[in-house]
Design a protein around this ligand. Structure first.
Ligand SMILES: *Cc1c(COP(=O)(O)O)cnc(C)c1O
Length: 326
């Protein structure tokens, strides 16, 4: 058992877990299970809902009336934060960058509908701009709470340690054992939390983060440090080492948020075999990685791989032209 943490309710739990039989058959691969955190139930959903249940609770405890966070123009995290703020009557300022795109679609459209104020960072460091916005809010008599990129501090990551309890219960109910968990990893909070939760709940099976934007050697220390901070935050006396952090950086493609052939193929394949939507930036890239690993026979046919769907659905609509190519 993990210690209980202040938590608000933003999502619908547990998120569904089921088997992607047709995808598995099409690829001649292992058993593939999917965990649908894209159906988390906050706006269009995603992995940030879990993190925000703890982060918003902390913000409220500190007496904040405004939350500030930052990200790319199509940030799912920014959109989820705007939705979470709306649920609790908090003001929300999003520091996005660098510049406003020509079309306000996808998550950016939702940010506006959800009532967030948007500040474009230009070429300036987004953390510096967040601090400036917090000072302006203070000067206006409000109290701001800054949420880091991706909600990835020990508080946000702890939510994915707790999510491992939810997963374990579902696996026990199905009588299923897992060999691998595959998902998109970027600011590291999801992976750090999963690593801590797996240890806390004795879930065996390898946790394999598909890096979306960083070389493994640069990213591993970030996830390791965050996992250690998360364990400490949860009062868990775990020894976590670099061997616990498995990252595959073979699928960086053209860089962050650049839609390539691999993502396009993965998006179409899962749409057409499973009626399932993955996004161009995160889950489509991770799914492309999973498909490639299956084709390379990285998993045994009798093994079970869980694909953890982390969301991103609404970002898809900002890529319409690119998705219809080819
Ligand atoms: C943020 C995000 C991720 C990555 O999660 P991290 O905790 O930042 O590593 C993966 N998928 C989607 C859709 C996301 O929005």
């Amino acid at each position: 058992m993990l210690k209980s943490l202040p938590r608000v309710s933003l999502g619908c739990w547990p998120t569904p877990l089921y088997e992607l039989e047709r995808l598995s058959r099409t690829l001649g691969g292992p058993h593939i299970l999917i965990k649908r955190d894209d159906l988390s139930g906050l706006a269009t959903g995603g992995n940030k809902t879990r993190k925000l249940e703890l982060l918003i609770a902390d913000a409220l405890q500190q007496g904040a009336d405004t939350v500030i966070t930052a990200g790319a123009p199509q940030s799912n995290h920014a959109m989820q934060t705007a939705a979470a703020a709306a649920r609790f009557g908090l003001q929300c300022v999003l520091v996005l960058g660098p510049r406003a795109p020509q079309r306000w679609n996808g998550n950016l459209l939702l940010d506006r509908l959800l009532g967030a104020r948007i500040r474009w960072a230009g070429d300036r460091d987004r953390y510096t701009v967040m601090e400036e916005v917090a000072a302006e809010e203070r000067a206006a008599g409000r109290k701001a709470y800054i949420i880091p990129y991706g909600g990835s501090n020990a508080i946000g990551a702890a939510a994915y340690a707790l999510a491992m309890d939810e997963l374990m219960r579902q696996l026990v109910q199905r009588g299923t054992h897992l060999d691998h968990i595959v998902f998109a990893s970027s600011s590291g909070g999801t992976q750090a939390g999963m690593v801590v939760g797996a240890r806390a709940y004795n879930l065996d099976g390898r946790i394999l983060g598909i890096s979306v934007d960083k070389p493994a050697d640069a990213f591993r220390p970030v996830v390791l440090e965050l996992a250690r901070l998360t364990a400490a935050f949860l009062d868990l006396p775990l020894e976590i080492t670099a061997e616990d952090i498995t990252i595959n950086d073979s699928y960086l493609g053209g860089g962050y948020a650049v839609l390539g052939d691999a993502e396009r193929e993965a998006i179409r394949l899962v749409a057409r075999t499973e009626g399932l939507v993955v996004d161009p930036v995160y889950t489509g890239r991770a799914m492309a990685g999973l498909i490639d690993l299956i084709r390379r026979k990285a998993f045994g046919k009798d093994e079970t791989v869980l694909f953890w769907h982390t969301g991103g659905t609404s970002a898809l609509f900002a890529y319409a032209e690119g998705l219809l190519e080819g």
